[in-house]
Design a binder for this molecule. Sequence first.
Ligand code: PMP
Length: 410
Amino acid sequence: MTTASQSLTTLHESLLSERAAGIKQSAVRDVFELSLDPSLVSLAGGNPFLQLLPLEKIGEMAQRIIVEQGPEALQYGSGLGTPELRAQIIDVMAAEGITNVGIEDVVVTNGSQSAQDMACKVFCNPGDTVLCEDPTYVGALNTFEAYQVTARPVGTDENGLIPSALRERIAELRAAGERIKFLYTIPNFNNPSGITLAAERRQEIVEICREAGILILEDNPYGMLRYEGTPAPTLRSLDPENVIYMGSFSKIFAPGLRIGWAAVPTHLFRRFYLAGEAVALCPPTLNQMIISAYLNEHDWKGQISKYNDLYRSRRDAMLAALAKYLPAGVTHTHPEGGFFIWLTLPEGIDTYALLQQGVKAGVIFIPGAAFSPSGEASNKLRLAFCSVDEETIAEGVRRLSLLLEQAIAS
Ligand code: PMP
């Protein structure tokens, strides 16, 4: 670098916002490049297996839309999303058992990620507090950091958030003078833990937040990817006035289209979608029209069943490999759906260091600390079973287990 460009770098650094200092690359992105190396088994990325989609049919739909409706499809659109897709989202939510929602409650977003950003923009000042599970979705933690919001973990067990822990945490944080804005929760098949909030806890969680005057952000991109057990009611259906529900086409269709939605209580609706307009003006019209055509012309529910059969086999392959190869002292979750299994290793094993060894041994995963607002998950890691076949999963778990044996022995 020349002296002139060095001094410009220094100058520009001095112009950065305080917020920018908190914006980090997610650990998932860190290993993205690595996951492209074909000699490595990647159990890292939570990428849906898009090869199962009817790609030719989708290609024909996209072409037809551009040729026949180009000036509309390639034009700016409403910040709310297209009326057709908003109406179809009501059907998608109904398929998840959410029936107390109307088109006037729905705003289309650039994925659930941008709905999280909109929620922070609308509700959070720097220094505010939000509550969440520990571990939780790394993308949400990054958004909270970007808004200079403190994410405070609430106690969980194998059945998700513990209602009494939530009550205590709210009291304790308020006594310390913290301003709590919302509870961000992934009730179904949490990313990264795979844990689901038990049905019998849901009403109580909703009541605690209502009584305490705290909003709920319910993030539910995996809800329809269930491989066993019965679906529990969404928090949105239990308390529509106090829950902002975030849905996504990323896992049930295609993440590259970057389309999700939020169902927002009526009194907050205008503020919410104006926050979205301030970022992106409108969600991409063409992509919304492709999704509308897909929902109209393809058996999308049948497609989700196909996905569920595939992901169930992959989950089972991973559970079987874990049972076969994992050394004693390592425990893991048993997800009923979604993409992820969460491993807990003996205290003192640092999974960031283990990942470096994993790269040499030909297997990669995501170290747990990335997902932890308390930073206390250094001996944990996330495995994804969604994007590789059963044989590769077994080989990856075998390689990982060898590493774990060595780490435990040393
Ligand atoms: N929330 C959770 C829990 C996720 O796992 C993800 C994606 N991995 C997202 C939100 C982001 O979804 P989208 O693609 O809709 O932005």
